[in-house]
Design a protein around this ligand. Structure first.
Ligand SMILES: NC(=O)c1ccc[n+]([C@@H]2O[C@H](COP(=O)([O-])OP(=O)(O)OC[C@H]3O[C@@H](n4cnc5c(N)ncnc54)[C@H](OP(=O)(O)O)[C@@H]3O)[C@@H](O)[C@H]2O)c1
Length: 290
């Protein structure tokens, strides 16, 4: 039976928001962007979404569910397709079933890796996906599992001051190497998680219709360009040696071009990725000083 679900504002109370994957980089950024709300932020340990939720979660009353929990190890998914699908497809189905039973709208996150990169021009919401990797396929099936009444937010090349991401990897490598080899033949739109989280808040607060939304940092670059910008912004003298994707022999294929743009009129606009990089490095230094 569906729970009664009065509008929290009309009912004179704060909106109750459930966040999955709360220990991840986007999960953390969403906790800051939705800090005015009544948050229940569950880490992997607190709810493994590949299993149905326990009673404390399934009997909770939530007005909104933000589902960030995912298998995000793109190369690892090639050797562990079932485990990746259990989280990205089965887990999303579990979260969608919960949201549905509570009558709460759902935001589910997806990726530029649902595209094959052959378009060579920015991908918009109506472009046909054709994932190259197991990760991309599981995320695409996860979009279907989220259901037609969810907001499916596709984003790309996420980075932030915490967790595993390219910016933190480059800072670590740059601290003790003179040169780092980085691919120059993959182009995308790096996206600062705080900018994405703010745009998600804008999206849900605007009453935008459900469906697919492309929300990514403005501008685009290659990984090699991005690495050079990171070293310059961080004041490191590390050089970037530009290499090709085939030189890396990674397990998962990646699209050569996966810039995301929105064709929707009222889509929230994110700042340029270079502004995100500046803000991210400032937040990163702050967290190291604290
Ligand atoms: N990172 C990117 O570049 C990127 C790009 C486009 C879209 N996305 C999508 O954006 C979303 C957030 O990504 P992110 O970058 O924040 O990833 P992240 O930092 O790796 O965070 C994902 C979180 O999910 C948790 N998790 C993994 N398996 C779980 C499970 N079975 N049950 C519950 N939690 C589980 C992880 O916990 P543990 O670490 O403890 O396993 C981690 O805290 C994901 O849907 C991802 O597919 C990411």
């Amino acid at each position: 039976m569906e729970h009664e679900h009065p509008d929290p504002v009309r009912a004179g109370r704060r909106r109750r928001v459930l966040i999955t994957g709360a220990g991840g980089q986007l999960g953390r950024a969403l906790q800051e962007a939705f800090a005015d709300d009544d948050l229940v932020a569950l880490s992997h340990k607190e709810w493994d979404v590949s299993h149905p939720p326990d009673d404390t979660v399934s009997q909770g009353a939530f007005d909104l569910v933000l589902h960030t929990a995912a298998w995000t190890d793109v190369d690892g998914a090639e050797a562990n397709p079932q485990e990746a699908a259990a989280v990205n497809v089965g887990g999303t189905a579990n979260v969608a079933a919960l949201a549905h039973s509570l009558g709460a709208p759902l935001v589910a996150f997806s990726t530029d890796y649902v595209f094959d990169g052959r378009k060579g021009a920015p991908y918009v919401e109506s472009d046909a996906p054709n994932p190259l990797s197991t990760y991309g396929r599981t995320k695409l099936h996860g979009e279907a599992a989220a259901g037609s009444d969810a907001w499916i937010v596709r984003s790309s090349w996420l980075f932030g001051p915490t967790g595993r991401n390219f910016v933190r990897t480059m800072l670590r490598l740059g601290a003790d190497r003179d040169e780092v080899a980085v691919v120059e033949d993959q182009r995308g739109a790096p996206t600062y998680v705080a900018h994405l989280a703010a745009a998600v808040r804008e999206l849900v607060d605007s009453g935008a219709p459900p469906g697919i939304w492309h929300l990514a940092g403005d501008g685009d670059c290659t990984w090699a360009d991005f690495a050079e910008a990171i070293f310059a912004e961080a004041g490191l003298g590390t050089k970037v040696r530009r290499i090709r994707t085939e030189d890396l022999a990674r397990q998962a294929p990646r699209p050569a071009y996966s810039v995301l743009r929105s064709e929707r009129e009222d889509s929230p606009a994110l700042p340029h990725w270079s502004d995100g990089l500046r803000d991210c490095l400032a937040a990163h230094s702050e967290s190291r000083r604290a």
